[in-house]
Design a protein around this ligand. Sequence first.
Ligand SMILES: Cc1cc2nc3c(=O)[nH]c(=O)nc-3n(C[C@H](O)[C@H](O)[C@H](O)COP(=O)(O)OP(=O)(O)OC[C@H]3O[C@@H](n4cnc5c(N)ncnc54)[C@H](O)[C@@H]3O)c2cc1C
Length: 479
Amino acid sequence: MEMPVPDAAVVADKARLVTRLAEVLPRDAVIHDPAQLRAYECDALTAYKCPPLAVVLPATTEEVADVLRICHAAGVPVVPRGSGTSLAGGALPTADSVILGVARLTDVLDVSYPDRIIRVQAGRTNLSVTGAVEEDGWFYAPDPSSQLACAIAGNVAMNSGGAHCLKYGVTTNNLLGVTMVLMDGTVVELGGGHMDAGGLDLLGVVCGSEGQLGVVTEATLRILPKPEGARPVLMGFDSNEVAGACVSDIIKAGVLPVAIEFMDRPCIRATEAFAKAGYPDCEALLIVEVEGSPAEIDEQLGVILQIARRHDPVELRESQSAEESARIWLGRKSAFGAMGQINDYMCLDGTIPVSELPRVLGRIREMSEGYGLEVANVFHAGDGNMHPLILFDANTPGDLEKCEALGADILRLCVEVGGCLTGEHGVGVEKRDLMGDQFTPEDMEAQMRVKDVFDPSWLLNPAKVFPLPVSEARRMAAE
Ligand SMILES: Cc1cc2nc3c(=O)[nH]c(=O)nc-3n(C[C@H](O)[C@H](O)[C@H](O)COP(=O)(O)OP(=O)(O)OC[C@H]3O[C@@H](n4cnc5c(N)ncnc54)[C@H](O)[C@@H]3O)c2cc1C
């Protein structure tokens, strides 16, 4: 993948820049030793790597503002980083950039149960937000499978989702306000702690902006009381298409499970070997979970099981205990890791109308055969948010390029059937060259003009989201 080459003048000025940064940060918060920089050369899209100029780890909003002021004055690009779990290369550095990591911003600042909010520093991990309130019977709903590691900062930047977002919505539906630092060091408050903040909805613009508009340092999030109970059902089917049709029928019937997750045979096989979740031996598996009181659960499951039976399932197993439920979810949540143990893979993230699931799954199978690369599927089926995993061998010359071409074709298919290029992982570098398949030049121009307003110098995460020649031209024009 082509990345901008380091600007010679900036590289020559590295020592001066590091000295300036060390004046406003503790000694151990500025990393410039080449060996240590290797830890930051990529995110979870490991196919692409590039060590940054330096890494800084501020611990307060004020320190973040100081860093940005210094980089702004020096004309040095800044790549914000949470936990580096982006699958789209969102946190991938450029050689001339400083990585600004928020991993030291982890405090809980406020919890109010009457207001149903929690305010946290943005480097706090997703799971530890729920950890802060669960003893009192509350939780934070968006649950990316990476929730043990990923930070709220990254969740806000990518508008992340998760298995249980079918019912509760994704990050943008559970975010009330942020503190954000602009590239010139200005600190702004967007949104608040209430249902609407008045004025223009800039919070909505920032959520999903992929670190291109400002560095988020604090976030106010909606928390919810835990439901009385929840029960997953495992459903096994003879083909991907039949499982897809079952999902479509459940949604059509008007019941809203909290989650509908899909896995196909290659994924089931890898996951079962890894997590021993007790999954059946079948072509396609659904995990459908409902929640509420025991009576509500029975009523919803009654409708769902009836629909499933019409699709001739080879397995229909209702969880009988909390332990069994945990085992079922452990399998799903470890699916990516399990695949990674046996293969190199590229994880795609396209969204399609749920009604198109059966057709699209069939087309993906044909495309995979055409390219001679296996594709495993594990995804949030209820939202139509697909995650085809293309398996390849990074050591076979040409395999990565073939994988990229197949990935591009699958994402174009998502757009063609009325969906879009990304459901929750963002565009990053991975999909920036496909933006023209979804947006007209006028659409993209409107988006870039928003960036012009927040970051007129185009120094924040500049090589992402937009096709590289377009964003480079914009950045040069801003210099
Ligand atoms: C095994 C695995 C499973 C996953 N499952 C899911 C899933 O179910 N759902 C899902 O949505 N995603 C999933 N992801 C993708 C990833 O975890 C999410 O995109 C996550 O939100 C990234 O958070 P992070 O803290 O790691 O961010 P990073 O990877 O560090 O950064 C992601 C983006 O956020 C920007 N950013 C980071 N910090 C800031 C900040 N302070 N201010 C502004 N911008 C910032 C970066 O510049 C970058 O563009 C998964 C990833 C893995 C590896």
